[in-house]
Ligand binder design. Structure first.
Ligand SMILES: [Zn+2]
Length: 296
């Protein structure tokens, strides 16, 4: 199993925890895009459950192989419910589900890991229910909460977990990972579809999708009528950070084609740059985005 290059320092800390079997009930991994925290969580679960190695994991025993095939009963993932909105929440029903899953402790492994992604997305009601799980730790159960926005994690959850910061992986390490895991042909396609943009590359590596699959491109917008554009605004206003990121991606998208830009493209670029800057201050996000998208 080839994991993406997360912080070397944190790898050593995790080794220390698993070797000494001093597992806390809950950890919060927080960091930036490109810090590969989900891979660190997989490493943690492998190192804690490996039947052979004391430090790290062997990659060959039953636990290691099941984890790498994403088929291990003692490594569970919880994601916010995306279908309801772009900025989906972790709901009370999901917390009930978690409670059911952990109530008897680990299945066949030494530790049962529950990885909760985007843990800043707990609704208050769900968080209160989850606090009870954190407060009454079950032996052998470990929660890893992951977030890129630690400021929005509820303080009551933060205070019951150990925090671990993940810096962005080094450029050379990411390049090594890419060359080891993708063919030249595939790399070419990835480069093209991520517009040679580091942020988009990290989104691809972390979330597993390329632009166009997960994002609406600026060219897509230009082909849509007024009503379709208003519908897109409706989705965008749910998360200001997402909206800002999308505008920046559009700027990059157009700019990457700088040799063939028409006068109209330059006007669009100007509007996008101006509006991305203004979004920091503009209170009425809906009005702002409507004006922008209709005028493109
Ligand atoms: Zn192993």
């Amino acid at each position: 199993m080839k994991l993406k290059p997360f912080s070397e320092r944190n790898r050593k800390i995790i080794n220390g925890i698993t070797e000494n079997k001093k597992m806390a009930n809950g950890y919060i991994f927080y960091g930036v895009p490109g810090s590969f925290m989900s891979d660190a969580a997989v490493y943690f679960a492998s190192a804690a459950n490996c039947q052979v190695c004391l430090e790290g994991f062997c990659g060959k025993c039953h636990a290691c192989r099941s984890i790498s095939r994403n088929n291990y009963a003692d490594l569970i993932y919880i994601d916010p419910q995306k279908e309801k909105s772009l900025s989906g929440n972790i709901t009370i029903d999901q917390v009930r589900e978690i409670k059911e899953l952990v109530k008897y402790g680990p299945n066949s492994g030494k530790y049962l890991f529950v990885v909760i992604r985007n843990c800043q997305k707990f609704t208050v009601q769900a968080a209160n229910a989850f606090l009870k799980v954190l407060e009454e730790p079950l032996p052998g159960v470990c929660f890893i909460l992951i977030t890129k926005n630690v400021a929005d994690v509820l303080p009551t959850i933060k205070s019951r977990c150990q925090l671990m910061f993940f810096p962005k992986a080094g450029h050379n390490n990411v390049m090594d990972y890419l060359y080891e895991n993708y063919s030249e042909e595939e790399l070419k396609e990835i480069n093209q579809k991520t517009y040679n943009n580091e942020y988009l590359l990290n989104v691809f590596l972390e979330e597993g999708y390329l632009v166009g699959e997960g994002y609406i491109t600026c060219r897509d917008i230009l082909n849509k009528d007024k009503f379709a554009r208003l519908e897109i605004v409706q989705n965008l206003i749910k998360d200001k950070h997402n909206a800002q990121t999308l505008l920046m991606i559009w700027i990059q998208e157009i700019w990457n084609d700088w040799q063939n830009l028409s006068e109209k493209d330059y006007t669009i670029l100007d509007k996008l740059i101006e509006n991305t800057g203004q979004m920091k201050y503009n209170v009425n996000l809906r009005l702002h985005l409507e004006n922008l998208l209709i005028c493109l």
